[in-house]
Design a protein around this ligand. Structure first.
Ligand SMILES: Cc1cc2nc3c(=O)[nH]c(=O)nc-3n(C[C@H](O)[C@H](O)[C@H](O)COP(=O)(O)OP(=O)(O)OC[C@H]3O[C@@H](n4cnc5c(N)ncnc54)[C@H](O)[C@@H]3O)c2cc1C
Length: 428
């Protein structure tokens, strides 16, 4: 049995940063490394499995914004914003970039704010940088070490991983969410949190594709709808998100779909069914779109309706036009001047609410993140310490928040990890 000062379960973004922050904080207090043990236990045979696959292997490490901007763009639920505010102020995206740069990983922001390592560097280089930070700080990483039980034993935690047992005064749970379970994040931490007395919100999909009951026509797979309003509707409720929608072989993906998937999954779960639509002219009201159609008819009545759609600025892609015409009940060779009032209204209705099918599933395991996790009400947002169990800290995706695409989830994992590591030292 080993006695550890700070034990961290999970060697992902949050766990690694927690360890780095803990050592920095211990050194600032002039505690010699040899007198203060920090250990990460990781089930995989190496650290950072999810970072390695993030951003399609390029790793969108963070987003180029001050904390206020990160919160407004990256976290759409007010309660999650309130919870993350402190951590994102304490450890900012600039702090992360400075740490990486010291390890030779220079990053740059794209015009959309996403920050990636510069050309030539990729996600594994980011993980290697963290591995070096950890080695330089005399932090022990025990890989191929799956924690299977955690108990509170007097003032300490008793942690068992196979035949190894550890006791520690401070324990940081950074075991991630439940999506992409092959990366090692399988919800173990939620079980440990519950056993220690915490409530957890059932994990649900986020940033996930949406599978439709009828697969999209094969000619649409790979086609994108640009800047549409993606709408999900069920039981008189409706949610929507503006952005691009991508048709896949199994349903829908793309930024707007991924972003709304958390709400779609919730609607589908509560209502039992959910229908999907796209407003193909999201920047125009139905009246404005009608005016556009009528003025074009006055100017150029001999033009075919389908040509008008095809060459409209921000109009639908060519491969969708036959489906739009057929749904509106208009034959393909109708001229603008031949479009009777009833057909015009049917066309406008279709363009403003083009049906994309019914939801079959929003697969939890395929999301870039999972929503749900340890209840934020039971964790102090200024320290990441449990409000229920002294000495217990949480960091990263194990907590009940989910960010948008754009580097927000990694930054939240790094920031909450940093805060948990610093506070764990301060609490001893
Ligand atoms: C395909 C994909 C692409 C992504 N791309 C981006 C991106 O570009 N930008 C971005 O910001 N976010 C991205 N994300 C999300 C981001 O990677 C995660 O939100 C973030 O890595 C979560 O960090 P974490 O440390 O909380 O959890 P994780 O990275 O999941 O780490 C948890 C660790 O705990 C270990 N563990 C779990 N249980 C145990 C146990 N019982 N014993 C020991 N160890 C255990 C796991 O093996 C794992 O290594 C992506 C996610 C996916 C799936």
């Amino acid at each position: 049995m080993r006695i550890i000062d700070i034990l961290i379960v999970g060697g992902g973004a949050a766990g690694m940063l927690a360890a780095v922050a803990a050592r920095e904080s211990a050194r600032q207090r002039r505690i010699p490394d040899k007198d203060f043990s920090i250990v990460i236990l990781e089930r995989n045979d190496r650290t950072g499995a999810k970072i390695r696959i993030s951003g399609g292997g390029r790793c969108n490490v963070t987003h180029d914004a001050e904390p206020g901007g990160l919160l407004a763009k990256g976290f759409l639920k007010k309660g999650e914003q309130r919870f993350l505010r402190h951590a994102l102020h304490v450890f900012r995206s600039g702090d992360l970039l400075a740490l990486l740069e010291r390890q030779g990983v220079r990053c740059e922001a794209r015009p959309d704010g996403k920050v990636f390592p510069v050309a030539g560097l990729a996600a594994p280089d980011v993980v290697h940088a963290f591995d070096r930070m950890i080695a330089e700080r005399a932090i022990a990483v025990e890989t191929s070490c799956t924690v299977n039980s955690i108990e509170r034993s007097g003032e300490r935690f008793a942690v068992t991983a196979g035949d190894r047992t550890y006791r520690s005064a401070s324990l940081i749970l950074a075991t991630g969410g439940v999506s992409w379970p092959s990366t090692g994040s399988r919800g173990d931490g939620l079980r440990f949190a519950r056993l220690l007395g915490h409530s957890t919100i059932k994990p649900s999909p986020a940033l996930a594709p949406v599978l439709t009951a009828d697969k999209p026509p094969s000619e649409l797979a790979g086609v994108s709808l640009r800047s549409v309003e993606f709408i999900a509707s069920a039981g008189g409720k409706q949610v929507s998100r503006k952005g691009d929608v991508l048709f896949t072989h199994r349903g829908l993906s793309g930024p707007a779909v991924l972003s709304l998937s958390r709400d779609v999954a919730e609607l589908f779960r509560t209502e039992g069914s959910c229908r999907l639509f796209a407003d193909l002219f999201a920047d125009l009201t139905q009246d404005e779109l009608q005016e556009k159609l009528l003025s074009e008819t006055r100017r150029n009545g001999a033009r075919m309706v389908r040509k008008f759609l095809q060459y409209s600025t921000d109009g639908p892609p060519a491969s969708l036009i036959p489906l739009i015409m057929s749904h509106a009940g208009i034959s393909e060779d109708v001229l603008l001047s031949g479009l009777l009032r009833g057909s015009r209204i049917a066309l406008l209705n279709t363009l403003k609410r083009f049906p994309l099918g019914s939801v079959k599933a929003v697969p939890l395991e395929e999301g870039e993140v999972s929503a749900g996790g340890v209840s934020l009400k039971e964790v102090n947002p200024k320290t990441m310490q449990s409000r229920i169990v002294p000495g217990l800290f949480f960091a990263g995706e194990i907590l009940d928040y989910a960010g948008e695409i754009g580097g927000f989830n990694l930054q939240a994992a790094f920031s909450t990890g940093w805060m948990a590591g610093e506070s764990a030292v301060g609490s001893q």
